[in-house]
Structure formats: C-alpha cells, structure tokens
Design a protein around this ligand. Structure first.
Ligand SMILES: Nc1ncnc2c1ncn2[C@@H]1O[C@H](COP(=O)(O)OP(=O)(O)OP(=O)(O)O)[C@@H](O)[C@H]1O
Ligand SMILES: [Mg+2]
Length: 341
C-alpha cells in the first residue's frame, strides 16, 4: 500500500493509491496543557481555535511548511493516518512533499513524524515537483516548465526539466502573512481585536490584488471582533480596496521571488517558459488578481491550475508510481525524483 502526504502549514492532505485524495483537514492539534493529552486534530481542532479554555491549547504545529512542534505533528499525523489506513498488517510506503530549502534536520523531523506510524519507507519530494505533476505538467522531458506553489506558509517557485529542479526559490511567506497583516490593520485602524480565522475569512471573501473597477460598487466584508478599549463585541464593514493595500506588500514579495527565479534560470529554459507560461498552484493562487499581477510584472502568461490547492497531493500520489524505479536506480540515478529515508 502506498500513501501520499501533503503536510501543509494550513491543511494536511492524504492520498491512497487506487482511491485518490481521501482526507483534507486543517493542520491543527488541540491538547490538554496539563496532561499534554491530545483532544482533537484536524477540522475538529480548527473549530476550537481562539475559543479554548485555559486548560486546552489549539495550535498549528507547522510553521512555514516545516515542523515547529514535533510531538504535536507526530500525534496529528498518527491520528489522521489512522483514519485512512485501517489495515494493521500492511505497512505502507509514504511519499511526502516538503518545501524547497529545508534543512536536513527539518527533513528528519518529517520522516520521524511519519515513521512513528509504522511505515515501510518514507520518500521525500519537493513541493514544486509534485505541484507541477499535479497540475498536469510534464516535468520528465527536456522542455522547461515553471510552477509557483503559493500556500499558507511558504511559496515554492521552480523551473523544472528532466525530472529535476533547474532553478528555484522557496520563501517563507504566503497566505498566513496576509492574514496577520489584516489582523494588525484592524487593530491599528479600527481598534478592533480579531482572530486569525476571521482575518482569513475576510481575505477569502473580498481580498483582491486588482485595481478597483470604477463602475462597480466595491465589495465589503463585515469583520467581527472585540473593541480593543471597551472590550465589547463590535463589527466594522471593510472595503476591498483597504484589504488590497494591506496584502499587496506580501504579494509583491512573492512576485519578486518569481522574477528572481526567471532571472537566474538558464536562457534555453526561459525560452520554454516564455512559450508555455507559468502555472500557479496552492490555495493562495485563488486570490483574485494574483495571476494577473504576476503576468504584468514578468511579461509572461500565467494560468491557475485546476483545483490548485490539490495539485501537491495529487502530484505526490502520482509520484508513488515511481517508487520502484527510484529504488532500482537509487545508486546510479544522478537526478533522483525523490529521496528515500
Ligand atoms: N479563495 C481564496 N482566496 C484567497 N486565499 C485563499 C483562497 N482559498 C485558500 N486561500 C488561502 O490559501 C492558503 C492555503 O493554501 P494551501 O492549502 O495550498 O496551503 P498549505 O499547503 O496548507 O500551506 P504550505 O504549502 O504553505 O505549507 C491559506 O492562506 C488560505 O487562506
Ligand atoms: Mg502546500
């Protein structure tokens, strides 16, 4: 049995061969702070965020795509894998996606969290490779393709060719940073204290990187929170253009990383990218106007993949088909698709 795992900063997804995506839940764990016992994981724990009594803590145990609290991640992975992998006899082989630019220690932490479940072997593969595979791009041939996986905690940008990464950049910024900026803005501008889930809802509802259209009435969103001074519940109707101003800096950081990758890539591959365009994957690629912003700043066509938030897990699932080949060529392959641990 082969399993694919996308351990994202905001969501964890699991894929099983012959079945497809079988789980998609928030990467959150809730535990009792005195006994350290896990109370809930996934969507159930997400519903507790910001609402827990003193004795319980609900947290995202991954930050910027890497494990920040190893014991919690281990418990979360165990419980979620148990949901989908009910056989106690067959030990699965697991292919897991990791951001580019992670250290050996960070990779080990992922391998350990998965191994604790009792698996035959763990394979790690870069986010950008599987994002491209999941978006239906052919990364094995000599033709270059470019993908930007824009997630919650990381943005992985790469130009791929012959099954490998020709040029890449991974930056620790994404949708979470925008949520934090919205939260800070509400406090600064309106003295309204809100939680990150409310900030994320606002970003998804009215967030845009496009200039407001003069003819259309601007969208607004009712942000609910607590008055910073009086402490009572209050709401503010914010306009889309306010949110654009707040999230633009983070978006431009990502745009500039995309430009860096193009500038540093071998010219022949850039020619291929110019013809085929850039493919966006990851949840944040659904943010209104992002594809156009990147296109305007690079002069290259940009398209958003179908179901962009699922590309990494689907590509990881696709990669499980290559496990035997990787095993066979492990000593001779100069450009292995994934690394065995
Ligand atoms: N319609 C939307 N508009 C704007 N942002 C969105 C939308 N849908 C999802 N997002 C944002 O996309 C991000 C989640 O993307 P994704 O699921 O790819 O991240 P992840 O894989 O968990 O994180 P990472 O890969 O960075 O570790 C969140 O910040 C979420 O708010
Ligand atoms: Mg991701």
């Amino acid at each position: 049995m082969d399993i694919a795992l996308d351990l994202g900063s905001s969501r964890t997804r699991l894929f099983i061969d012959k079945k497809g995506k079988v789980l998609d839940e928030a990467s959150v764990a809730a535990y009792n702070v005195i006994s350290n016992k896990i109370i809930a994981v996934g969507d159930e724990a997400y519903a507790m965020l910001g609402k827990t009594p003193d004795s319980i803590s609900a947290e995202y145990p991954l930050a910027n795509g890497v494990i920040s609290q190893s014991a919690l991640v281990e418990d979360m992975v165990q419980i979620l894998m148990k949901h989908v992998c009910t056989s106690k006899i067959v030990m699965p082989r697991v292919v897991a996606a990791i951001p580019g630019d992670v250290t050996e220690v960070e990779k080990r932490a992922v391998v350990n969290a998965i191994s604790a479940f009792g698996v035959r072997r763990v394979y790690l593969i870069e986010n950008s490779k599987v994002a491209a595979m999941g978006a239906g791009l052919d990364i094995m041939g000599p033709h270059g393709s470019m993908v930007a996986d824009l997630g919650a905690g990381t943005s992985d940008i790469a130009i791929l060719s012959l099954g490998g990464i020709a040029e890449s950049k991974s930056i620790k910024t994404g949708g979470n940073k925008m949520d934090e900026e919205i939260l800070k803005y509400m406090k600064r501008e309106y003295s309204l204290v809100i939680g990150l889930p409310m900030a994320e809802r606002c970003k998804k509802a009215i967030g845009t990187l496009s200039e407001p259209d003069g003819d259309e009435e601007e969208k607004t969103f009712r942000v609910k929170g607590r008055d910073a001074i009086g402490g009572l519940p209050r709401f503010v109707d914010v306009k889309a253009s306010e949110i654009t101003a707040v999230i633009m800096e983070t978006a431009m950081e990502i745009v500039s990383a995309v430009k860096d990758v193009i500038e540093n890539a071998p010219p022949e591959l850039v020619g291929d990218i110019y013809e085929d365009g850039i493919t966006l994957t990851g949840g944040l690629s659904k943010l209104d106007g992002f594809a156009k912003l990147i296109a305007d700043n690079t002069g290259i066509r940009v398209k958003v993949a179908k179901d962009p938030e699922d590309c990494v897990i689907l590509g990881c699932g696709e990669a499980t088909k290559y496990i035997s080949e990787v095993e066979k060529n492990s000593k001779t392959d100069i450009n292995p698709l994934m690394a065995a641990y």
